[in-house]
Design a protein around this ligand. Structure first.
Ligand code: GLA
Length: 646
């Protein structure tokens, strides 16, 4: 999709004018100075996207021990555990109250009988967690970063809401962070925590339900659908404190932090600095449009994910609604897309009753294998239009790529896969393996056209000769890139993530019709991207278009985890023609372990691009800095075209 960006940028710039400045993860006088360090979150245990089961999409607050244990049993007995599904996560609904004598959380033992330790005893999830561990599984729990939880506002009629006085019903981490984290991880032995944010979003004193339900108001830090008034730095601080506390409590590093602020508060840019996964969107629903929307919220963010830190477009909805056993085409497509995105794979279905057709989808071993590839590269959009997309995921093996061809629309479409989409030679055969059918799908030279029925997709592993004689394009290694500084002067809203949903949402949801409409609320538009400019245009330097490269805004710094595996870095650098700021000038500097290796003179949009070719032998951390030397009030776009590490 082509976005005509001047109007978008101008409007979002205006909108963002009074955003609170985001706090840098490691305060540095000049954020463009190299650090020689990997500054993204490197703790916790998520080298590949976490896989498992979560109670929410199956049961909402109607969760109980037999349902959770039933899911765990199926995970083991069906062989899903052997295929990587490991985490059994209890979502909202488990708590009874916060005991006032000592602030300890009490579990609702009517739902979790094994937590009952007799009257006046401390309830404990330890027996449940031990049971999961004995089954070879891991266990996860759910909480909120505010005083109250999501169910306490969104599931008000649930029988399983926290009970008691106002203070007893404050079950979230607010003012209880070290105590609750120690309880969950040290005493109970959990391995994973999902931390929601309704407590800092929905409990403003102006809401009638606050008085009606006798809650203590908390002036929201996140204003839903209102980015300019959201306290981005405040939200970051809360998750930063949480992140530190978790690291302190979990000396063995065997934990996972799942951040759940639904794409708001600019989390798509900073989630990677504090947690192992962060939600990029609102909750998935069981509809095709919703699935497209949450997919769109993550697919442009390949450079923000990598081993240990994952974009989370939300849990799988396979088994329900548009993805139930009567819609296996849609269910398979949903799974293929999550696989190629390197998204966490969390099953959300009552597994005690799972039909084999669905178990076969969650258990598709060759599809899982691309998700779990050790390289940790998120798939990159190589073709993108309203009806179809081609997403290519680099695999650890240099001659292999995973690719998903995907029909978003309600009519059949033709999609032509190009050898160049795969970074492979156009005059040599490319072998295809169909990962659902687990058999060869033949070979092609140059390109091959497929007809995809509505909502259908094809998932291949492609093997062939690399187009590059030596090395790999940097854009083929998104998992090695950390966006240390994204160059955004103001936090801008992302129109891509809303292209499908806005209209449908307005049609379907009464609240959207009655109120002021459906507002975009996912910032981060303009962040660096693989193979396109930050706004989705082709990388274009001085009249020449480039198929490969990194597009970014000026005043950005990228960390490349080279780990002493390469000898040369090369790229063609310049100011991109799509720059709105036509007067800006930029110098491009390459650092190796903090030392300057090469720098260009200042370049403007009409200057010829410069070819950099740099010795990076022995370098662990390459850093690419595009520093603006002549200012322009409007965003200046740069290209690291054909950037290659060899
Ligand atoms: C939020 C989250 C969901 C789920 C519910 C629980 O909506 O985004 O994933 O955890 O809260 O109430």
């Amino acid at each position: 999709m082509k976005l005509r960006w001047p109007s978008i940028i101008l409007s979002t710039l205006l909108l963002a004018a009074n955003i609170h400045a985001a706090e840098a993860p490691t305060p540095h006088a000049d954020p463009l100075q190299p650090t020689g360090q990997w500054s993204a979150f490197s703790k916790g245990n998520a080298p590949t996207p976490p896989m498992g089961w979560n109670s929410w999409n199956a049961f909402r607050t109607d969760v109980d021990e037999s349902k959770v244990v039933g899911a765990a049993k199926t995970i083991v007995d069906s062989g899903l555990a052997r295929k990587g599904y490991r985490y059994i996560n209890i979502d909202d609904g488990w708590w009874l109250k916060r005991r006032q004598s000592d602030g300890r959380i009490v579990i609702r033992t009517a739902l979790f009988p094994s937590a009952d330790r007799g009257e006046n005893q401390n309830t404990s999830f330890r027996p449940f967690v031990d049971r999961m561990h004995a089954m070879g599984l891991k266990a996860g729990i759910y909480t909120d970063v505010g005083r109250n939880a999501c169910s306490q506002v969104w599931d008000l009629h649930s029988p399983n809401l926290p009970e008691g006085s106002t203070a007893e019903r404050e079950v979230g981490l607010w003012n209880h962070l070290p105590q609750d984290i120690a309880l969950f991880f040290e005493e109970w032995g959990f391995d994973y925590v999902k931390v929601d944010a309704c407590g800092i979003a929905d409990y403003g004193s102006d809401k009638p339900f606050i008085a009606e339900n006798d809650y203590q108001p908390l002036e929201p830090l996140i204003i839903r659908g209102d980015l300019p008034n959201t306290d981005v730095a405040g939200v970051q601080k809360l998750y930063g404190d949480l992140s530190k506390t978790l690291a302190t409590v979990n000396e063995d590093n065997d934990y996972v932090l799942s951040i759940c602020t639904w794409g708001t508060a600019n989390v798509r840019a900073w989630g990677k600095n504090y947690g192992n996964l962060w939600r990029t969107s609102e909750d998935i629903r069981s509809s095709w449009d919703s699935m497209l929307h949450v997919f769109d919220s993550a697919v442009t963010r390949a450079l923000f994910a990598g081993p240990g830190t994952w974009n989370d477009p939300d849990m799988l909805y396979i088994g329900h609604g548009d993805f139930d056993e009567n819609h296996l085409v849609e269910a398979k497509t949903h799974f293929s897309l999550w696989a190629v995105l390197a998204a966490p794979l969390m099953i959300g279905f009552d597994l005690r009753e799972a039909p084999s057709s669905l178990l076969d989808i969650w258990g598709a071993e060759e599809v899982i294998a691309i998700n779990q590839d050790a390289g940790g590269h998120q798939g990159v959009l190589m073709q993108d239009n309203e009806r179809s997309q081609v997403i290519v995921k680099s695999l650890s093996h240099p001659r292999e790529k995973a690719v998903v061809l995907f029909n978003r629309s309600d009519a059949a479409v033709e999609v032509t896969l190009l050898a160049s989409d795969l970074g492979m030679k156009e005059n040599k055969p490319v072998q295809l393996r169909d990962l659902w059918q687990e058999k060869s799908a033949g070979q092609f030279v140059g390109k091959k056209t497929f007809t995809l029925p509505p909502h259908d997709s094809l998932t291949f592993k492609a093997t062939g000769e690399r187009a590059l004689e030596k090395g790999r394009y940097l854009s083929e290694m998104p998992g090695r890139i950390n966006v240390a500084v994204d160059g955004l002067q103001a936090v801008s809203l992302d129109p891509v993530a809303h292209r499908t949903l806005a209209q449908k949402h307005a049609e379907k949801h009464e609240s959207a019709r009655k109120g002021s409409g459906y507002r975009q609320s996912y910032p981060g538009f303009g962040g660096p991207r693989a193979n396109v400019s930050p706004y989705g245009d082709a990388i274009t330097l001085n009249g020449q278009r480039y198929r490969h490269g990194i597009g970014a805004l000026a005043n950005s710094r990228l960390e490349i985890n080279a780990q002493d595996e390469f000898t040369r870095f090369s790229a063609i650098v310049g100011v991109d023609e799509s720059s709105l700021g036509k007067d800006g000038e930029v110098t491009f500097v390459v650092y190796g372990d903090g030392r300057e290796l090469a720098a260009t003179k200042p370049l403007g949009v009409s200057d010829k691009p410069i070819t950099l070719d740099v010795d990076v032998q022995g370098v662990d951390m390459v850093e690419l800095v595009a520093r603006q030397t002549r200012q322009d009030p409007l965003p200046v776009v740069v290209g690291w075209a054909d950037a290659v590490l060899e």
